[in-house]
Ligand binder design. Structure first.
Ligand code: HEM
Length: 198
């Protein structure tokens, strides 16, 4: 149990660090000049059908839409389980919460990795790019909040009482609310900025 927890935590922090390095590399390059240098550019608008994957990273990135539901569902489930366990003080639910939290951390890793790979192959439309930066940044914050909650849960173990319990619940509820906002930005990239009325 302890080894598994350390593994999950290490995997989480390593992935977050890798993601930050990758993101810096991807966004350090302004896509506009590269596009202007090309003679025959085919612009692909969001929602348009794209051709076959151009390589392994393109293929991996295209798995992002299939994976995005997992962290959203895990986080919403975590908020519910922790509310019953820690806010309503049902002990059995508190134990379940630890496993749901570990599942949440693990579900974030492939989703963030495929998101970064997908970002590198997105069309260089400035409007989409702006949505992408917000989407990515919000999801990094979500990942950081979840990892902080996981570290706090491991550190306090059965002594998650008083103000630590409030801090933990605040981290979980903030991450859950933020992932929904971040997902909305993801959806706008795919279906267009006016897909939903807000
Ligand atoms: C880790 C939590 C993440 C969640 C829950 C998430 C969620 C989503 C959602 C819901 C969509 C819309 C998919 C659809 O409706 O088909 C989306 C699209 C997208 N996300 Fe994420 N995302 C995450 C992380 C990231 C990261 C770190 C990046 C890196 C920049 C990223 C880049 C993208 C891109 C490029 C799209 C557009 C996909 C396409 O047009 O095929 N995502 N994401």
């Amino acid at each position: 149990m302890r080894r598994l927890a350390i593994f999950v935590l290490l995997a989480g922090f390593t992935s977050l660090a890798l993601a930050l390095v990758l993101a810096t590399a991807v966004y350090a390059v302004d896509p506009t000049p590269a596009v202007e240098q090309l003679g025959d550019v085919q612009t692909v608008a969001p929602g348009e059908v794209e051709g076959k994957p151009s390589g392994l990273s393109d293929l991996i990135g295209r798995l992002h839409p299939a994976l995005v539901h997992f962290p959203i569902a895990w986080l919403v489930g975590l908020a519910l389980v922790d509310f019953v366990g820690l806010a309503l003080k049902r002990e059995a639910w508190q134990r379940v919460g630890i496993f749901v939290l570990a599942g949440t951390v693990l579900s974030l890793l492939p989703t963030a990795a495929t998101g970064l790979a997908r970002a590198a192959h997105m069309p260089s439309d400035p409007a989409v790019h702006a949505l992408l930066v917000t989407h990515r940044t919000l999801n990094f914050v979500v990942a950081a909040l979840v990892l902080a909650a996981f570290a706090l849960r491991l550190w306090r173990r059965t002594r998650l009482q008083g103000s630590w319990r409030i801090v933990y619940l605040a981290l979980v509820f903030a991450a859950t609310s933020l992932v929904l906002v971040a997902a909305d930005f993801g959806g706008r990239m795919v279906y267009g900025p006016d897909y939903l009325p807000w």
